[in-house]
Design a protein around this ligand. Sequence first.
Ligand code: ADP
Ligand code: MG
Length: 450
Amino acid sequence: MTNDTWGQIREELIKRVGKNNYVTWIEPLKLSHLKNGVARFEVPTTFFGDWVQRNYADHIRMHLASTGATVDRLEFSVGAVESRAADPKPAAKPVRARPANDADLPGAPLDARFTFDSFVVGKPNELAHAAARRVAEGGPVSFNPLFLYGGVGLGKTHLMHAIAHELQQGRPELRVLYLSAEQFMYRFVQALRERQIMDFKELFRSVDVLMVDDVQFIAGKDSTQEEFFHTFNALVDQNKQIVISADRAPGEIKDLEDRIKSRLQCGLVVDLHPTDYELRLGILQQKVDFYRNQYRGLVLADGVLEFLAHRITTNVRVLEGALTRLFAFASLVGREITLDLAQDCLADILRSSDRKLTIEEIQRKVAEHYNIRLSDMIGPKRLRNIARPRQVAMYLAKQLTPRSLPEIGRRFGGRDHTTIMHGVRKIEELMAIDSQLADDLQLLRRLLQG
Ligand code: ADP
Ligand code: MG
C-alpha cells in the first residue's frame, strides 16, 4: 500500500472522528510501512502516538482492512513528521513521554471554600445550580458546553470550583482542568514563544472536563480565540464536557467571532440572575453560622442581617465583605453587633450601594453598546441607527431613575416631554416583538444596575 492510498483512506475517517480531531490527530500520521499485519506510522511525539493508539486505532484498522490489507496492530514511531498543528519550525524536538496524571495539568488552584455545600440556592440561581450539579455527576454528557453567565459576584466561579471539587471526589480518574480565559491565553502565548504548541494542544485535548472562567476575556484576542475554538471543537467531538462562564450571554460578547458564539450557544446557556432579598439573606445566614464559631461570644442583634440584605444589593462579594468587616470590627471593639454599629462601620459600602443611577450614565452605556457617539444621544440626528439607541436610553432613564419626563427631555438636548413619552412607548412596543432588542435591554439593565 502506498501513502496515496492511505491518504484516501484517512479522509474517510473524517466522518468517524470529526473534522477537528481529524486535522489534529489523523492528518499528521504518515504511513511508513505495512507488512505482516503491522501498520507503522510516523508521529511527531510519543504522546501523539499513544493518544492515537488509545483513541483511534480501531477506526484506523477497520479502514485499512476495508482495502483488503490485513492489519493486526498499529505501531507508532517518532519520526520527523511535522504535524499540521505543530510549530512551523520544529527543530528536532525532544521526545517526552507525558504521564497522564494531573500534576501536569496547568489549572488554576481551586478555592476550598467554593463547594456545593456552601452554595446557597435561591430562585435567581437555581437553574445554574442544577445544571452545575448535573455536570458534577460526571455522567454521560447531556449538554455541551454548559455556559454560565451573569454579573460580577453572582457565583459563577464558585459553581465552577464546586463542580471541580465534586468531580475530584466522585470521579478521581477524570482529568479535570479549570482555568480562567486569561490563563488560557497566557499558556497559549507562552507555548507559542517556547515553540511548544504541539504540547499545548495535546494537553488541552487530553482532559475529560475543561472549565474556562470569564471567557469574555478572549474577545478581540484573535489568535487566542482561534486556538480556543479548536480546543473547544476537539473536545466536543470527543464528547468531553466543557463548562464556560462569562459576564454576559454568548451573543452579547463583543469582538467574539460569530462561529465561536454559535458554538457556545449549542449547549445549555444559563443565566445567574441578580440576587433577590431572600437569597441575600440566606447567604448572610450561612456566613453568620460560620462566624459564630470563629468569633465566639459575639452577639448579633435582630434585624441586622435583614438590614444588610435589604441595603446591599450589588453583589455577593460586597455583601460578604460587609459581614466580614462587621464581625471583625465588633470583636475588636468588643461590642454587640447592632444596627447602629452596622451603619457606622459600613457607611462607605452603604453609601455606594445607595448610589443613584444618573441619566448621563445611562446615555453613556447605551451609546457604548450601540457604538454611537455620546453626543448623538442629545444631538438632532434622526437616522434610525441613532434614533433607536436614543429611544432605548430614554426608556431606561424612565425605568431606572425617578426623573420626570420633562426632566429627562432636558437631558436629551432639550427635547419635549412628548418626544420622550413617544420614545418610551416605541421601545415598549418593539420589545414585545423584537427579541434582539429585548435582549439588549436586559443586558443594559444588568450592566447599569451591576
Ligand atoms: P463571579 O465569579 O460570578 O464573579 P464568585 O463565584 O466569585 O462570583 O462569587 C463571589 C463571592 O460570592 C464568592 O465568595 C462566593 O462564594 C460568594 N457567592 C456567590 N453566590 C453565592 C451563593 N449562592 N451562595 C454562597 N456564596 C455565594
Ligand atoms: Mg468569577
